[in-house]
Design a protein around this ligand. Structure first.
Ligand SMILES: [Zn+2]
Length: 348
């Protein structure tokens, strides 16, 4: 009780856990997830390659030797994913404590404003809209926007609880803002996007960059691994190649615009400390945390986050300059003359 340290160790190691996942005995989240009772992934969720000995088997995921994308393994059942998205993950009152939710809202508003200037006129479809924060921001900018998210029913008037592949119509833009990596068949979803985006319309994708410097440095503790909610772990090369093969011309790739780059560094640096504190958990509301945290441990975690800021800024600057940032943003336009998304040669 006299110092923070013993309290933290007991919170992390003895596990004041809420029973989510297996984190009470194993503080390496990827290793803990790898012990989940579910069949191993048998094929690459990105390219369909059947996994064998030549593929790179890591804790909680297998990296495909053909396309370089990693697939979460074991491959979670619908019930396991349902638990991973249970109401504790995204409570109706908001996910973050203090000003966190307000900051998120402000960030989304800035994003909507920036996209607003890039996207052609017409309706916008946000795939994996969650609680509809981005949709609401577009509406504030006077845009016609609709969201789909099978896991976020009824809590927003403009988010439909349907699968994206069931949505038809003609959209001037389809946005996957940190949602593609949550889908069981991400390439099928991109293919569907190519069908419903009008010629000249835009595809916007933001995903974690599994080939980034921070992903390689922090490994099993990388923030954006987020097993099992993230089912695929994508590289910029694989994403750009896929989007291009579907008849889009890539107009911009950014390693900063996808957001969460600096926070990826902060979380990763803090997780290197004794007790492997989770900064992401520490900034969430008590009821929205993966594991319970004692007040002392939380204070230690937040303090470490502040102390890590200079190093995280340097890390961010270096990886963004090296075009190896923690997230990938791709802005692509559907070519006017490609009605069919055949993968045939596109020499021009
Ligand atoms: Zn593959």
């Amino acid at each position: 009780m006299s110092s923070a340290k013993p309290a933290l160790r007991s919170a992390a190691a003895d596990g004041a856990s809420t029973g989510r996942g297996d984190s009470r005995t194993e503080d390496n989240p990827a290793l803990a997830y790898s012990r989940t009772e579910a069949p191993a992934a048998s094929e690459c969720a990105w390219c369909g390659h059947v996994f064998g000995a030549a593929d790179d088997h890591r804790n909680g995921r297998i990296r495909c030797s053909r396309c370089g994308v990693a697939t979460t393994s074991p491959w979670p059942s619908d019930a396991q994913l349902g638990e991973a998205y249970a109401p504790w993950y995204r409570p109706a009152e908001g996910r973050f404590s203090g000003i966190g939710d307000k900051v998120l809202k402000r960030t989304r508003s800035t994003l909507a404003g920036r996209l607003q200037r890039v996207l052609p006129t017409g309706p916008i479809l946000d795939v994996g809209a969650g609680d509809g924060t981005l949709i609401a921001a577009f509406k504030e900018h006077g845009r016609d926007a609709v969201g789909v998210d099978p896991y976020a029913a009824a809590n927003h008037p403009h988010v439909r609880a349907v699968e994206f592949e069931d949505v038809t119509g003609e959209w001037s833009a389809v946005i996957f803002w940190h949602s593609l990596e949550h889908l069981r068949r991400p390439v099928r979803s991109l293919r569907h996007a190519a069908k419903v985006v009008v010629p000249g319309g835009m595809l916007i994708v933001a995903v974690p960059n599994a080939a980034s410097m921070q992903a390689r440095l922090f490994g099993d503790r990388w923030l954006h691994l987020d097993l099992p909610r993230h089912l695929v772990h994508i590289s910029p090369q694989a994403l750009v190649a896929q989007v291009t093969s579907l008849g889009f011309s890539v107009e911009k790739v950014s390693y900063l615009r996808g957001g969460q780059v600096l926070f990826g560094w902060l979380h990763g640096l803090v997780a290197l400390l004794p007790g492997h504190p989770s900064l992401y958990d520490a900034i969430r509301r008590t009821e929205a945390r993966e594991s319970a945290q004692s007040p002392a441990f939380r204070l230690y975690t937040l303090g470490a986050g502040v102390a890590a800021l200079p190093a995280a800024l340097v890390g961010t600057a270096i990886e963004v300059a090296a075009r190896s940032g923690g997230t990938i943003y791709v802005q692509a336009r559907r070519q006017p003359d490609t009605a069919q998304s055949s993968g045939s040669s596109s020499s021009r």
